[in-house]
Design a protein around this ligand. Structure first.
Ligand code: THU
Length: 142
């Protein structure tokens, strides 16, 4: 559980923006469209989509796309991310994205969004409980 409570407006905006971002997905290989919308601590929103590549390993997930856009615009604190796919079941962020996001706060709210707009809300901590993060290196360097 996270201490932060999203307003209905923030939650709806995140859901809508993640579904919209899915439309920009470049996924000719997997055909698996993913959209993400990220809310910063300054109440700004950044969208992201998965971007695949003919050299498969060069592709990027929607979650990291949104984070990279926000971080490169000066943000480092985040409240919530919504992740949308076309799947019939809830899709959780992949392991690399979980690790990437954990760097910026394990209490991030993660809203999983199905194509029919149904949602399941969890925290990054629930997705990556025994995470490795900045705290581990801080403790080591003391
Ligand atoms: N994908 C994401 O965008 N986010 C995830 O967390 C899971 C996977 C993308 C990567 C690839 O373009 C496609 O979904 C199939 O793996």
């Amino acid at each position: 559980m996270s201490n932060v409570q999203l307003t209905k407006e923030q939650e709806n905006t995140l859901i809508d923006m993640s579904l919209e971002a899915r439309n920009y997905s470049y996924s000719p290989y997997s055909k698996f469209r993913v959209g993400a919308a990220l809310l910063t601590d300054t109440n700004e929103y950044y969208k992201g989509c998965n971007i695949e590549n003919a050299s498969f390993g060069a592709g990027v997930c929607a979650e990291r796309c949104a984070f990279q856009k926000a971080i490169s615009e000066g943000h480092q604190k985040f409240i919530a991310i919504a992740c949308s796919t076309d799947a019939e079941t809830f899709t959780t962020p992949c392991g690399i994205c979980r690790q990437f996001m954990a760097e910026f706060g394990i209490d991030l709210i993660v809203i999983l969004v199905k194509h029919d707009r149904t949602t399941k809300t969890m925290t990054l901590k629930e997705l990556l409980p025994e995470y490795f993060g900045p705290k581990d290196l801080e403790a080591f360097n003391k």
